[in-house]
Design a protein around this ligand. Structure first.
Ligand code: NAD
Length: 485
């Protein structure tokens, strides 16, 4: 075991879990045993919530301009420890070095946004009638929770933690049991940044902890990022217990490719989108709608895909089970009559035979009812469906229950505008494979890709992590009195 057993973190200290149940943490790169993670019990969650509850009054009463100072320091420490964090993300998640590096860079950008919060959250004031003023102020909610997935061990925790804390909340984080190490390192850096004890806490575990978070009477709000199946459960449980909740789910992102698209730009964007992070991104291109004759672009996509080599410029998928699931999808599509143009099944990396790799895969002549067309595969696979026109392509995209992202590749402004208007997704790209809105814009899909009213990052997150107080004042004894005053 390369690292010591994963601990829980609360009251500013790391505690060995009292649970006897644990899971191995294995690197997808080579199958090496990295650590073990405890399946903590509810008593441990209760202690962490107590710690967050005790820390809340002082932290929430600290002026926001002082709270952000901790995050300026945290940002500095992310940069100072850049290489080490990159290595950790890559090791526990299986990403390539460049992908892990981008994840640390994005975590820095998210922290920078949180540091700008004082500029964004000042309230409003207006004289609403003679001598009568209304003003608004954002107040933190209290103890909040963040439940995160395996695919971005550092970035997704940084979607929620810096904004929620800068806005005055205290937090319990539940990392993915598959990749708990980056989160733990994050806690160490926050402590080094001077974050008061109890403001940020981590409890490791699985379903039992998630259910206990959704039921805990001292937790005010729950944010969740993960699969749609679990997002629905978390949203139902948390809101049933009268908590505020945002739950982001899975995705099936469609790319519309039109015959007038720039061929080389389209081919490289489509390929990078479907294979980046081994296809384990909720923004990954997973289905391509070939509108009319785009054969030459498809052939260039295949050429680009063949340049992507597992273990070199393509990372591993998270586990043996994931590899098996992805390969089964490809086999099923083949049996159902689709044509495998580039086949990533059976990929093995020399010297890393216990790693879990799937090569880039391009499947053509997929029918809209096949499982590779409708379901999230979460691997480096693109399913191409042929359509005669844009409306037929839009009908296929609209019928899919997910709605995270969609992109169109064309040189026609009118066609691009038509897709922007009619695609049923929360994040739209024009000539871009991964249309992630960067700060200060907010991140969040539609339909089964997001439950709850707000987005999770950017300006929209302010509404999620705070409640608005409206105060009406009248100091002028001569001010008139009417039915509204
Ligand atoms: P997951 O749903 O399996 O797990 C997410 C979290 O929920 C983990 O912390 C896990 O411990 C917990 N969990 C798992 N099963 C549970 C259950 N039955 N009850 C309660 N809690 C449970 O997701 P994952 O496999 O870790 O992550 C991949 C998924 O996340 C993909 O579907 C991907 O699209 C999605 N994702 C979505 C976004 C987005 O912004 N929409 C971003 C990243 C990942």
């Amino acid at each position: 075991m390369k690292y010591e057993a994963v601990k829980n973190y609360y009251d500013g200290n790391f505690y060995e879990s009292v649970s006897t149940e644990s899971l191995d943490v294995v690197s997808p790169i080579d199958g090496n045993h990295l650590s073990k993670v405890p399946m903590s019990g509810v008593e441990e969650l209760n202690k962490a919530v107590e710690s967050a509850k005790n820390a809340f009054p002082k932290w929430s009463n600290t002026p926001i301009k002082e709270r952000v100072q901790v995050f300026f320091k945290y940002r500095y420490l992310l940069e100072k420890n850049f290489e080490e964090l990159t290595a950790l993300v890559s090791e526990e998640n299986g990403k390539t070095w460049d992908e892990a590096k981008a994840e640390v860079e994005k975590s820095i950008e998210l922290t920078e946004f949180a540091c700008s919060m004082p500029q964004l959250v000042s309230g409003e004031i207006l004289e609403v009638s003679k001598g009568v003023e209304c003003r608004t102020e954002h107040f933190p909610l209290g103890v909040v929770a963040s439940i995160v997935p395996f695919n971005f061990p550092l970035m997704v925790p940084n979607w929620t933690m810096p904004n929620a804390l800068v806005l005055g909340n205290t937090m319990i984080m539940k990392p993915s049991e598959l990749v708990p190490l980056s989160c733990l390192r994050m806690a160490q850096l926050l402590k080094e940044s001077g974050l008061p004890d109890g403001v940020f806490n981590i409890i490791n575990g699985g379903r039992e902890i998630v259910e206990a978070i959704c039921a805990h009477e001292d937790i005010e709000a729950v944010s969740f990022v993960g699969s749609t199946k679990v997002a629905k459960l978390v949203y139902q449980q948390a809101t049933h217990n009268l908590k505020r909740c945002i739950a982001l789910g899975g995705a099936k992102n469609h790319l519309f490719v039109l015959p007038d698209a720039n061929p080389s730009m389209t081919a490289s964007n489509v390929t990078a989108s479907m294979s980046g992070c081994a296809g384990q991104r909720c923004m990954a291109a997973s289905a391509m709608l070939a509108v009319g004759n785009v054969d030459s672009i498809i052939s260039q996509i295949c050429d680009e895909a063949r340049k992507i080599v597992p273990g070199k410029n393509l990372g591993a998928v998270i586990s043996k089970a994931a590899k098996e699931r992805i390969e089964n999808y490809i086999t099923e599509a083949e049996k159902d009559g689709a044509k495998i143009l580039v086949d990533g099944r059976g990929a093995i990396v020399e010297g890393k035979e216990n790693g879990t790799y799937v090569g880039p895969t391009v499947i053509d002549y997929v029918k809209p009812e096949m499982s590779v067309a409708t379901e999230e595969i979460f691997g480096p696979v693109i399913s191409i469906m042929r359509t005669e026109n844009l409306d037929e392509a839009l009908r296929i995209e609209n019928a899919n229950p997910y709605g995270n992202a969609a992109s169109v590749f064309t040189q026609s402004g009118g066609a691009a505008r038509y897709v922007m208007e009619h695609a049923s997704a929360g994040m739209i790209g024009v000539n871009i494979g991964v249309p992630v809105p960067r700060e200060p814009f907010s991140f969040g899909g539609w339909n089964d890709s997001r439950f709850g009213a707000n987005d999770i990052t950017g300006k929209s997150s302010i509404e999620f992590w705070t409640k608005l107080k409206k105060t009406t004042t009248k100091w002028n004894p001569e001010a008139g009195i009417n039915w509204m005053s």
